[in-house]
Design a binder for this molecule. Sequence first.
Ligand code: BGC
Length: 346
Amino acid sequence: MRRLFTYLTTIFIALIMIAGCQQADNTSETNETATLSKLQVDQTKPYIGFAMDTLQDERWYRDKDYFETALHDLGANVKTLAANGVQEVQNQQVKLMIEEGIDVLVIIPADAEGAKEAVALAEAADIPVISYDKMVMNAAIDYYISFDNIKVGELQATAILNEVPEGDIAYVGGAPSDNNAHLFREGAMNVLQPKIDDGSINLVYDNFTEGWSPEVARDNFQSFLNDATVDAVIAANDGTAGGVIEALGDRRVPISGQDAELAAIQRIIDGTQTMTVYKSLENIANTAATSAYELAIGNTIETNQTVNNNLTDVPSILLDPVSVDVSNIDETVIQEGHIDPSDLTN
Ligand code: BGC
């Protein structure tokens, strides 16, 4: 019910935005100055559109802040719109930004496949597209800037196998509509499969989690626990890990995560979560902002690899993820300023 309400509210907001945009369009031919002030865009500066999937997990606010700050520092304008996980809304938001005259589109797809419509709109308007963190599949994007997401899954499974080299393991994946969720699982399976083949590990649970929702992860896992036991859990991110830990109640088993959220670092200190994966949000946001700026002023971006998105080999920059457990919190997330130690209790 709450999801339906959120969905309807999001559609309603998008419709209001589109109506506002159309209104601005109607006046554009008659009064250029009025149009400029309505669109609130200084056309003399590069203008970047940032189409975000969601602000649901803690990380995305930080991505947004770093990205916008970097572009402002470079002297560019930026508009960020988040789609609340609804692809139709994101497509409309991209349409709006194109009408406003963006020079470059940076997109975190709400749905890996569905976002190709938004990319097609940008392509038709000759606007370069950067896929940020999550790949838009089957679409003619120009660049992909993310992390080595297969390695994320490998780090998670390696840390969990260090704790539980034999036994019953559960895999709690991310949203099936997010290409990253498949890459994280692929990485985890690279490490698990040989142990499954030699019989030392039983994969007793293996499910994706709609919308990366912690509540969905909790409820799914609760149903599973009604008639099964488990020795360890590979959860694809800190949000889903939080849901599973709630479902486990007083039971403690090794469990992974990802994102180095404050709550997860606290759980690692408290002993309810084994590890997380730290990905420097400052690094990805600054890299994407600088790249978008360069494209906007007519330059190209240097990349050193390509990643296939089922349509084309996309020139890519993949940053390195870092495994964090209780032994290296200080020299990773604290030293890098990702976590403020005064926010933690011992
Ligand atoms: C991101 C993760 C994030 C998840 C849910 C993934 O695509 O790479 O960092 O936890 O989406 O938002």
